[in-house]
Design a protein around this ligand. Structure first.
Ligand SMILES: [Mg+2]
Ligand SMILES: [Zn+2]
Length: 193
């Protein structure tokens, strides 16, 4: 069985875009959004190094990303394809994308665990020894629903959100996981998790 690091995309691998104030696809006001144009797509610092570190620690690295802006018409499929080809150049084992709006009730849209469960089946993942690294309630919810440990990447828009662990960015999350494993954490979650 494999340990998997599920990794959210927007706000973890690439920067969120500060829009000032906009209305989200679901009508809520928000300030930060995912990039809608490829020109807005910027990797966060240390992402490649973090992924390499997670690989050396024995994790499969699998992106799980909601992209509802495809359905809302804010993200064009050409821009989406360019961003995902940027992602494909990173050291990742797999990429799962939910292109549906949350209102559609699909099984894959985080906080539902569909993408995590599908990946665990395909890659023989042991979810109790796996992590999700994300920046929103949806990521933490999906990780909990799948039985993973959750790491929240702190950001101005997620203050007060609770997770098992916290990090400043993906690189910080990789360092944290290394510390946890060195401290025997994996044995612990194997026995009790
Ligand atoms: Mg995100
Ligand atoms: Zn979906």
């Amino acid at each position: 069985m494999n340990s998997i690091c599920f990794i959210d995309r927007d706000g973890v691998i690439n920067e969120m875009v500060d829009r000032g104030e906009i209305r989200g696809g679901d009508g809520r006001l928000l300030r930060y959004s995912a990039p809608w144009r490829y020109s807005e797509f910027r990797l966060q610092p240390g992402v490649r190094e973090a992924l390499i570190k997670l690989g050396r620690l024995g994790f499969l690295r699998i992106v799980v990303t909601n992209q509802p802006d495809l359905a809302y018409g804010r993200l064009l499929s050409e821009d989406h394809a360019l961003m995902m080809s940027g992602l494909a150049r990173l050291p990742l084992e797999d990429i799962y994308i939910c292109p549906h709006p949350s209102s559609e009730g699909c099984y894959c849209h985080k906080p539902k665990p569909g993408m995590l469960l599908a990946a665990a089946r395909k890659w023989h993942g042991d979810l109790s020894r796996s992590f999700i690294i994300g920046d929103t309630r949806s990521d933490i919810g999906a990780g909990r629903a799948a039985g993973c440990k959750t790491i929240l990447v702190r950001a101005p828009y997620n203050q007060g959100l609770e997770a098992d662990f916290y990090a400043d960015d993906l690189f910080g999350a990789a360092l944290l996981i290394r510390q946890l494993l060195e401290g025997g954490y994996n044995d612990f979650i194997h026995r009790h998790g």
